[in-house]
Write a protein that binds this ligand. Sequence first.
Ligand SMILES: [Zn+2]
Ligand SMILES: [Zn+2]
Length: 266
Amino acid sequence: MTAHAAARAGSRSLGGARRPRLTVDVAPGIHQLEHGFVNSYLVTEGDSVTLVDTGLPTTWPHLVAALGHLGRQVGDIHAVVLTHAHFDHLGVADRLRRQGTPVWLHPGDRKIARHPYRYAHERARLAYPLAYPAARPLLAGMARAGALWVRGVEATVDLATSGEVDVPGRPSVVFSPGHTDGHTALHFPGRGALLSGDALVTLDPYTGGRGPQIVAGAATADSEQALASLRALAATDAALVLPGHGTVWRQGIASAVERALATGAH
Ligand SMILES: [Zn+2]
Ligand SMILES: [Zn+2]
């Protein structure tokens, strides 16, 4: 089933973990597309769309279907904003850039964007599937969605470390380094929503762990800094937390941060 068909059926979940899922209006005018255990968000303002994070390479047809369901098309994506440049958020970014869509990214992540598999991480990546069996189906699902053949992208516009971004939806940046050097969450104050990227997730693909937490050292450059950055997320006081992996957290950012701090680094 395509994301389009799923949304038409009014289904929040397709059941199968590998299938894409479109959830319309997770927050007002913000739509979540989940594919291969990775979330992208379509933010609408009038006819225009900002795509926040771009999934994996095979996310493309599901993105097109999701746009169709929302009554829009690829040309309506006026901006791509990347929370960070890890391969699992970069999937179709270059494809959109080549069609003329500006790609926003904090300059701290430019290098990773060019070389999506060369990123700093504290711990050996290969050790995790052995130590955390729950992670195996997640990593396999990401691989099936194209995680091993992501193209790099040359970002076209720099995200600042504070202020509003001049894209549809006009989010405020929440600079939140640690997961990567340039990680930036996006706050939509008028919509009560914080797109937390991988600064705070509710599903860690490297451990299979669920609930609010930072991502494991397998994919995090500096866990201590990532934990410190949670303060910046909490300062938004957002009611809804829309993470890069896992389900939406509806109990407010303060309680999500509290739990993530209690869980700590792993
Ligand atoms: Zn990441
Ligand atoms: Zn990720």
